[in-house]
Design a protein around this ligand. Structure first.
Ligand SMILES: Cc1cc2nc3c(=O)[nH]c(=O)nc-3n(C[C@H](O)[C@H](O)[C@H](O)COP(=O)(O)O)c2cc1C
Length: 199
């Protein structure tokens, strides 16, 4: 078990003891601007690959771009101004896609997005355990992503991920520096209910 850094233990007080890997994952924005090598990046997708899915359909797909490559320009251009403001220092970007149908019978999968969510969390946990940033984003142009990346209709575009080497908050635009800390969560009693749904 890894020891959690103070920035995490100060901000996050779990009601029960859980694996520090889970509590220690958060979404920093400050990154060094160094490119990530294939060797640094692929283990994150490898972690995603081992997620569970209905019928083991493995609906997740990842289109990635490493910094300083022609593909980087294409993926970077998809994001809105806010996300571009900090992802300009990322080492890689990825778009997460999810196949809407089953491979074995072509029928719609109810849980494809749920399955792909598990894969993204695996990726994020693996990144965090390696001291890397993996920050999910929905602030990008989904229609343009479909067109520019050539994504067929059968695949839903879920989110983008900025991946990189962590840097001090001072690397960020002024207005984001104060937000560079792990966030809290709703209490357990608000999200878990015995027997019947309760608002
Ligand atoms: C699917 C998804 C989309 C997100 N979109 C953005 C985004 O566009 N820009 C951003 O700065 N953060 C974005 N976030 C980060 C969330 O705000 C963050 O995960 C949430 O506040 C919980 O904080 P934590 O990840 O540090 O625990 C996104 C996260 C997810 C999972």
């Amino acid at each position: 078990m890894t020891k959690l850094p103070k920035e995490v233990t100060d901000a996050r007080k779990p009601g029960y003891d859980i694996n520090p890997l889970i509590l220690g994952r958060w979404s920093p924005r400050a990154m060094t601007g160094e490119a990530l090598s294939e060797q640094e990046l692929m283990p994150l997708f490898e972690a995603a690959r081992w997620a569970p899915s209905s019928y083991n359909n493995q609906p997740w797909r990842f289109v990635y771009a490493r910094r300083d490559t022609p593909a980087w320009k294409k993926l970077f251009a998809l994001m809105g101004e806010f996300n571009q403001g900090w992802t300009k220092e990322a080492g890689a970007l990825a778009v997460v896609l999810s196949k809407r149908t089953f491979e074995h019978n072509g029928k719609p999968s109810r849980t494809h997005a749920f399955d792909t969510g598990s894969a993204w969390e695996n990726l994020a946990l693996e990144a965090s355990s390696r001291g890397l940033v993996a920050h999910g984003m929905e602030g990008f142009d989904y229609d343009r992503a479909r067109k520019d990346l050539g994504v067929p209709e059968d695949y839903e575009i879920m989110c983008m991920v900025a991946i990189g080497k962590r840097a001090p908050a001072s690397k960020l635009p002024q207005e984001l520096q104060g937000k560079e800390m792990p966030s809290d969560r709703k209490p357990l009693k608000e999200i878990v209910m015995e027997g019947t749904f309760r608002k």
